[in-house]
Design a protein around this ligand. Sequence first.
Ligand code: FRU
Length: 479
Amino acid sequence: MGNMTKEMYEQRMEQEKAKREIVKSDPNRLRFHLQPPVGWLNDPNGLCQVDGVYHIYYQYSPFEPLGGTKLWGHYTTKDFVHFKDHEPFLYADWRYDERGVYSGSAFVEDGMIHFFYTGNVKLFDRDDYDYCNNGREQNTIHMTSKDGFSHTEKELVMTNSDYPADMSTHVRDPKIFKKDGAYYMVLGARDVDSHGLLLMYRSTDLKDWTLFDRLTMPDFGYMWECPDLFELDGELFLVFSPQGLEAKGWDNRNVYQTGYCRLDYDFDTKEYAFSLFQELDRGFDYYAPQSFLDEQGRRIQFGWMGMGDAPYTNAPTIERGWQHALTLPRELRAKDGHLYQTPIVEIEQLRQEKYESSIADFADPGFGKSYEMIVTFAQSAPFSITVDDEATLAYDGSVLRLMMNEGGYGRDERGIEIDAVKNIRLFKDTSSLEIFVNDGWTVFSSRVYSTGEPSVRIEAQGEGTVTMYALDSIEMENA
Ligand code: FRU
């Protein structure tokens, strides 16, 4: 039973082979970002590294560029330059996940990968049920794998009746955190009164889970998606994607937000306090990130360079049969309770031709559609950087904003108050921009669909230097 079994997928892929070719020929295809081979992509899932191989799974609807039943697509890499595109890892082929293998994560221990994900089930084949309180199962499912390619049978760990009685039917996106020999599973949830919260389960064997705690903040959205709890620099951080926050000034301007709080948590008394929520990214397209610890001990995070339920269904890639991408992989570091994000160092392997100048003497070297641009300011002063006459990053001495023209297909501007801008590291890919500000203190990630000649301009009242690199494509092999 299931909505998209492996056989159904293979048959349909065969029938729709031509679609893949149309996707490949799209001038908006990205060169150094992960994107769906065809169809739709959303959250990164199951991120892990085993035996030197990084596994990057993702929410994947191969036949619907606007999203449909979700599978787990699968990429691997050893060096973040050479990638392999594998057949989907998980199909919606079971009674407990027949309407989608939703987001989940990997926990690696003693050479074994434990996957936990949400099996989505819709009990009525119609939409007129009460969206929150019946008609849907969100099952927590577990299986293991040694190599990330084949897996044991799916086992049901928890279903609706195992969650607290006051939960709505929205409970999902399990992530595992280990502390003092015990395992904690965090799940994002919405209660029957539409308050977002975090459910925390505890286990000593990764099999039997008991409810340990529930954590929330007053007036903080109706649903918390994709929680990620981890320790960094001796502190506990909760990264999550809350839905239902009110926009205030430059904050919370997207449909949904993604950010983090430091969490002071006493595992004995269960007393806790969240620090102020900080958005991780100020661009238009950033949601549902997930992090993992790699074999070198780095905390690496990928986000979805897209936005759930965004009212922009006119992205030009849709008519070519695909939509969305993952962000560059970012290393997270904590300093004074703040999370800094920088592209992992492997990305530097893509650097080709180099250009250097002062800001005053800057002349566009014509690196085309994919490059890295590093601007270091001698003193903080107003400036603007304009890419393809479509996207402008402008600082007026107090607010740094990203403004879009036509290539933003309907999006206007986003911003952040910032006392001083010291440096900018901008990654331009064919149809995306990621701008790291002040050594990764904040980031703007957005898709931008330019149609004219590629160009880049900088105007600045202060002095500084510009370094640019043309960037090569990553290599993708069909496995
Ligand atoms: C976040 C999300 C998750 C869910 C998945 C379904 O974008 O809504 O909460 O598991 O996407 O694709």
